[in-house]
Design a protein around this ligand. Structure first.
Ligand code: C2E
Ligand code: MG
Ligand code: MG
Ligand code: MG
Length: 281
């Protein structure tokens, strides 16, 4: 009996595994067509200061595949990374975000001091062609480098550090800003941080979520804020969902925020109608 049930369990397991890998293969195939079929879009989420004023936006990719609705980037970006498609997708994202900034600048809907934050995958950042591509796109769209902020993660720094540093310095030399995304979740050494040409740390939303109820999360947030102050790096809290979180962060002297409390990611036209006022320019 035990044997039979063991075999059944195995058969079930096997068919589940088959279903998982079929779904995965299907997603890989679909991803290959997503760019040319224009299935990607960028949404924009505001970043705000302590007065609630917009200081920039983060571009977040959305994938709408046929009638299946939206597939989360948390699901498909890792797949795109594994199959190498992230390079092409990342290039599409950069092009789309820069052309949007160029349009908004021309229309007076983007303040010159605002920054467009763009996520860069470690694999994309590692590419030899990344820097020339970035330069070419800035020129092509005629967007001031200072309007752009590239978000990299701590994982990016796990690759060859010296070539990574060199690239970061070259990016800074262009005038483009650099942030570390999801800070606190990865492998970060204080020694690294000191040597990095970084403008901003983004405190990961996992620490902000329970800030008011979990003493260790509060201690971590406090430490990140103190560290950024000591290193003269600015700091932004991600995933701010409530007024209480915002007020606590303000008391802790974190003055830049992103999260549903300030606004959800929206398509370009909705971003403008919701967050951009004609006080601009
Ligand atoms: P991320 O870069 O850390 O982006 C922040 C994520 O938190 C976004 O999820 C955003 O919608 C979500 N978020 C913002 N405010 C709140 C809040 O108050 N509460 C909660 N619970 N969530 C909030 P999204 O858009 O689903 O993106 C997930 C991740 O996918 C991103 O995390 C980023 O790692 C990746 N991603 C998104 N777009 C791109 C892209 O264009 N390129 C690359 N390489 N990765 C991207
Ligand atoms: Mg990000
Ligand atoms: Mg993040
Ligand atoms: Mg993330």
């Amino acid at each position: 009996r035990a044997k039979a049930s063991g075999r059944n369990t195995f058969a079930l397991y096997q068919s589940e595994m088959q279903a998982v890998s079929d779904a995965r293969l299907e997603m890989e195939k679909a991803l290959h067509h997503a760019i040319e079929d224009k299935q990607f879009a960028l949404y924009y989420q505001p970043q705000n200061d302590a007065n609630g004023q917009v200081i920039g936006a983060e571009a977040l990719i959305r994938w709408k595949e046929g009638d299946k609705g939206f597939i989360s980037p948390a699901v498909f970006i890792p797949v795109a990374e594994e199959i190498g498609l992230i390079v092409e997708i990342g290039q599409w994202v950069l092009n789309e975000a820069l052309s949007q900034v160029a349009i908004w600048l021309k229309e007076g809907k983007w303040h010159a001091s605002w920054r467009m934050s763009i996520n860069v995958s470690p694999i994309q950042f590692q590419q030899a062609g990344f820097l020339p591509m970035l330069k070419a796109q800035l020129e092509q769209h005629d967007v001031p480098a200072g309007c752009i902020d590239l978000e990299i993660t701590e994982n990016t720094l796990l690759n060859d550090l010296s070539s990574c540093l060199e690239k970061m310095h070259a990016i800074k030399a262009l005038g483009v800003h650099l942030s570390i995304d999801d800070f606190g979740t990865g492998y970060s050494s204080l020694k690294y941080l000191k040597s990095l040409p970084i403008d901003r740390l983004k405190i990961d939303q996992s620490f902000v979520r329970d800030l008011l109820v979990d003493g260790s999360d509060e201690a971590i947030v406090r430490a990140i804020i103190a560290m950024s102050k000591a290193l003269n790096i600015s700091v932004l809290a991600e995933g701010v969902e409530t007024a209480a979180q915002y007020h606590r962060l303000w008391e802790m002297q974190c003055f830049h925020y992103q999260g549903y409390y300030f606004g959800h990611p929206l398509p370009a036209d909705k971003f403008v109608s919701t967050f951009v006022y004609d006080a601009l320019n």
